[in-house]
Design a protein around this ligand. Structure first.
Ligand code: BGC
Length: 987
């Protein structure tokens, strides 16, 4: 482990990281743990059998409404049991009450010869339901305990929940020690009982279960007085390991959520700066609540990533009060001046699992805070593409440039009592955020549960017994459940702020009457403050699609660009932001947001140059089409916002990535860019014909695009020799592409030697033509031939990899090529086809989800259908994934025609090239794009005489080149411009 350097910083003066020494355990929400019992059978009674229990009395298994396993257990009827059977030398693993089978023997392990009456240690190392079983430190084997399935893609059973033992009549034993630790290093102790316990009963069998939960989320406090003279200004700078919410004299400091935001904390950690002058009094109270955030607790799809950055939360701050006379008071976080409490209202706060809030509790058990040094609290796992988080050798603390804030408040549209006492509220919109619930007349201690889902089980035979209930299978191992214990006040409001849910529906239980819909609100949170692009057209379905893209962007721009906001993932998947970045930079001002993300990408870049597929954290799968985000995203920012700084900062990392690709991804025999020949080398992800493609064609095309960006970037940064080198490589690879993937006679794409058996045979699917056209790999006549093939592929019927026939004008492309297909068609003068694809409503298309009620962009074009439900994809099925929303760029850049001029990044000059729908189906479109020069407006209207009226507004300080189909370019200056033109139509 790397020695921790001094983590103090000039800005923070002598401030220390402070926290609590006490761990927090909320056993019903803990799906990863190492539990061990040291036990000894009683010789006198000739005892030979003893069972140790965990996963007991999980509330989800005690109400039929809380599980889809069909069980409803009474007290002490559900648990996992490790039965030490000394007589048969077996250790049996049982699951009781988890399924309708009741009692299930899952596995029997041979224990080997045992000294029956010696002390033995029985252990289970359990992670999202997969457990290693150990006896006396020796692994006996593993077992899947989760009846829902193996791994991170399922609702996780068991949680630690209640623990204990079971004894048969007449059996006796002694428990020497029970211990629960974290699954991941440093294996911090969560629970320990060293009291010797004699167990057993002569007359009846015993099942004994206790709840090992203890503690609450740390709250820190400090009191201080000011000098009695006028204050000029007071600033607080603060950060946390975990997330924090600070209150000064009872008022929240700032208004953001989840500060300090997520980053690769061992490399880059952000802090906030607040001006708090107006909040100060003579004597002051500063209170700080901490939540797990992205530091500790659940993280990613892997249970082993629990407590990813460490297992101790901490806070660091400095308050500087300047007086008018130049004097000052400085308050910093010091263990001596700050206190921390063991018990507070926030019993538990986790991003994935939810928040547990006990409004009957008062903060108590105040004691001196401890200094949180990281020593003994850092995991040592990692390596490869996942950097070790215990390496602080290049740590830096930076001021935050982005935040997450409240964007909109939604009110529930309606409520349904889907089963007696189960109230499901529909927010009318899929969203990411937290609820705000107003409640009246509850009794003290009344406990309400809130669960969150994107969809409900439909009215289909397959889901008959679940109809109308929340569909939580796709939320997977994220618990997504808040619990509120009422104080009994006349009116109380619950609004958790240390968790995040992706949802449209909230289920509320624990009340006998539904709450009024007006009292059930959804606080939409996002790093997107407002949109910079607007779009509206004559096709209401396309308008909904536009709204869906906006909502998915809002929901997934939360501190980092994520794949989805709801399931146990919510990660910075690079492929997703790479394809969506052009839409994103148009939709909102995300310059700082994406710059911050580029830091994260650099922070996880491996020593040999690879950009991993996920940032922060690293790891994942995807390969070049994912890693290229490290090149494409800064490029998009440069072109849109015109700040060369992002390329200058990132160039070295980009160049190292290209070197990595050059030295690791090519097959020396064939010269093909083959990557690693692993499953994780993803192609046109979730494309319906992905298996019919030659993935290496996609890799090669994106590599060529990367080289082109490198060439242009090197020129911009005056690195002429580099530019020439990239130029040569680019030309070489373009030719290679044509030689290996294109039949120049027919213009058809063909298989390369990657697939020897099919080498030279036509690929000829949509997704094989898009990239060579988008990245200008083919030119002239050959380009025209490829366009014709692409059009032919779109105009014909196609069959998916799973054998589903799709009508002409179906969107057969995946995450990667969908982003480019419309642009390529418009560039080729075939906007008619682009409009047909856009306005197609049959499956598969962008509008098909809209016909099925989508309010966000779905991960799959058929995530849900009225006829087939979830089509068997119940777990890998997000309803809020922006990737397929990458068509947003085309709506702005081509339909409205507001497009940047690559020769003049940042809109100092731009292109206006609206493309009215040549098929005439869309009859008008209007919208805008806000740039640093102001708002650019564009609209067009097809008139009854088939002429088209255009209207543009160009802000002061910039100008545009107007390109209308079939017309000579015209230069337009600032001001309003109107034209009416006749434009040829295509049916
Ligand atoms: C994510 C994607 C991501 C992919 C990579 C998925 O689980 O949700 O959006 O790009 O993994 O395969």
């Amino acid at each position: 482990m790397t020695l921790l350097p001094c983590l103090c910083f000039a800005q923070f003066e002598d401030a220390k990281w402070i926290g609590s020494e006490q761990s927090v355990l909320y056993a019903d929400y803990l799906p990863q743990f190492r539990i061990s019992w040291t036990v000894q059978l009683d010789r006198a009674s000739k005892s030979d059998r003893l069972s140790l229990l965990f996963g007991g009395n999980d509330p989800r298994l005690m109400s039929r409404n809380m599980n889809i396993l069909g069980v409803e257990n009474g007290a002490d009827e559900s648990y996992v049991k490790l039965e030490l059977d000394a007589a048969s030398s077996l250790l049996n693993v049982w699951r009781i009450g988890y399924t309708t089978k009741g009692k299930e023997l899952l596995k029997s392990f041979e224990s080997g010869t045992l000294d029956t009456y010696a002390p033995h240690t029985v252990e289970a190392h359990c992670c999202l339901g997969s457990a290693d079983i150990l006896l006396d430190g020796r692994k006996l084997g593993d077992v899947v305990l989760n009846p829902m399935g193996k791994g991170g893609d399922y609702i996780a059973f068991p949680q630690l929940a209640q623990i204990g033992y079971e004894m048969e009549i007449g059996q006796r034993a002694v428990i020497h020690k029970v211990e629960v630790r974290n699954y991941r290093s440093p294996y911090g102790i969560l629970y320990e009982d060293k009291n010797l316990r004699k167990i057993g009963n002569r007359k009846k069998p015993v099942v004994y279960l206790i709840n090992p939960s203890h503690g609450a989320m740390p709250v820190l406090r400090c009191r201080f007085a000011l000098k009695q003279k006028p204050v000029k200004e007071a600033t607080l700078i603060a950060t946390a390991r975990g997330i924090y919410c600070a209150e000064l004299n009872g008022r929240q400091v700032g208004s953001e959520y989840y500060a300090p935001g997520v980053s690769q904390y061992n490399k880059t950690h952000y802090y906030q700066q607040y001006v708090v002058t107006a909040m100060l009094q003579e004597t002051n109270r500063l209170h700080v609540r901490l939540g797990e955030g992205w530091w500790a607790g659940s993280q990613t799809f892997s249970g082993g990533n629990w407590n990813y950055f460490g297992d101790q939360l901490a806070f660091m701050a400095r308050l500087l009060v300047r007086y008018e006379d130049g004097d000052s008071t400085v308050i910093t976080t010091q263990p001596d001046n700050w206190e921390v409490c063991d018990k507070s209202k926030v019993v538990y706060a986790s991003m994935f699992q939810g928040e547990v809030y006990d409004n009957t509790a008062a903060s108590s058990g105040w004691k001196k805070a401890c200094e949180a040094t990281l020593e003994g609290h850092l995991p040592t796992e990692g390596g490869g593409t996942q950097p070790q988080v215990c390496d602080y050798s290049s740590f830096r603390l930076l001021p935050a440039t982005t935040s997450v804030g409240l964007h909109t408040v939604l009110t529930a549209k309606n409520v349904d009592e889907v089963r007696p006492g189960v109230y499901v509220y529909d927010m009318g919109q899929n969203m990411a955020g937290v609820p705000r619930i107003k409640m009246h007349g509850l009794h003290r201690g009344q406990t309400l549960k809130f669960r969150f889902a994107e969809v409900l089980y439909p009215d289909l035979p397959e889901y008959e017994d679940k109809k109308g209930m929340l569909m939580l299978e796709n939320i997977r191992a994220a618990m997504a459940q808040d619990i509120y214990v009422a104080s009994g006040d006349t009116c109380e409001v619950f609004s958790p702020d240390m968790t995040l849910h992706g949802y449209r529906y909230i289920e509320i239980t624990g009340i006998s009457q539904p709450l009024p819909t007006a009292d059930v609100e959804g606080l939409v949170v996002s790093s997107v403050d407002h949109f910079t692009a607007g779009f509206e057209c004559s096709n209401p379905m396309v308008n909904r699609l536009w709204q869906n893209i906006r909502w998915s962007m809002l929901s997934n721009f939360i501190s980092i660009p994520t794949d989805c906001p709801q399931r146990n993932e919510r990660m910075g998947w690079s492929g997703d932001i790479s394809v969506f970045s052009r839409t994103a930079v148009n939709m909102a001002d995300v310059d700082e947001f994406l710059k911050k993300h580029m830091h994260a990408i650099r922070d996880v870049q491996t020593a040999d140059g690879r950009f991993p597929d996920i940032a922060p954290i690293g790891g994942g799968f995807g390969g070049l089409l994912w890693g290229s985000a490290g090149i494409t995203v800064p490029w998009e920012c440069w072109l849109q916002y015109g700040d060369l700084g992002i390329l200058a900062d990132h160039y070295e990392a980009m160049a190292r990535y290209i070197d990595y690709v050059d030295s690791h991804y090519f097959d020396p025999m064939t010269g093909l860019l083959v990557q690693q020949r692993q499953w994780g080398d993803l192609g046109d992800w979730l494309g319906l014909e992905d298996e019919k493609n030659d993935k290496t064609l996609l890799f090669e095309a994106y590599y060529i695009y990367d080289l082109d960006i490198m060439r242009q970037t090197a020129l911009l940064l005056n690195k002429t020799a580099d530019a020439e080198r990239y130029q040569r490589r680019l030309e070489e690879r373009k030719q290679f592409f044509i030689d290996h993937y294109i039949d120049t006679e027919t213009g058809m794409t063909v298989f390369s030697a990657f697939n020897q058996q099919r080498k030279g045979q036509p690929i000829d699917i949509q997704g094989s033509y898009v990239l060579p056209l988008a990245f200008n790999i083919v030119e002239g006549e050959l380009r025209q031939k490829l366009v014709e093939r692409l059009v032919a592929c779109i105009e014909r019927e196609n069959t998916t990899d799973r054998g589903v026939r799709c009508p002409p004008y179906s969107l057969m492309t995946g995450f990667i090529t969908t982003a480019w297909i419309s642009r390529v068609l418009s560039d080729a003068g075939r906007s008619d086809i682009a409009y047909r694809l856009l306005q197609q409503e049959d499956y598969p298309s962008w509008l098909y989800p809209v016909t099925q009620g989508a309010t966000t962009i779905w991960e799959r074009l058929d995530s849900y259908t009225h006829t087939a439900g979830f089509g068997g994809n119940n777990s890998m099925n997000s309803f809020n994934h922006y990737s397929f929303g990458a068509v947003g760029q085309w709506l702005i850049n081509r339909c409205l025609g507001i497009e940047r001029d690559e020769q003049h990044p940042g809109f100092s000059h731009f292109i206006l090239r609206p493309e009215p729908d040549p098929t005439g189906r869309m009859t008008h479109a209007r919208g805008y794009l806000d740039t640093r020069y102001g708002r650019i407006e564009s609209s067009w209207q097809i008139n009854s005489d088939s002429s088209v009226s255009f209207s543009f507004a160009i802000p002061v300080g910039t100008s545009a080149t107007l390109l209308l189909p079939g017309k000579a370019p015209t230069e337009l200056k600032q001001g309003n411009h109107q034209f009416t033109e006749s434009i040829s139509k295509r049916d």
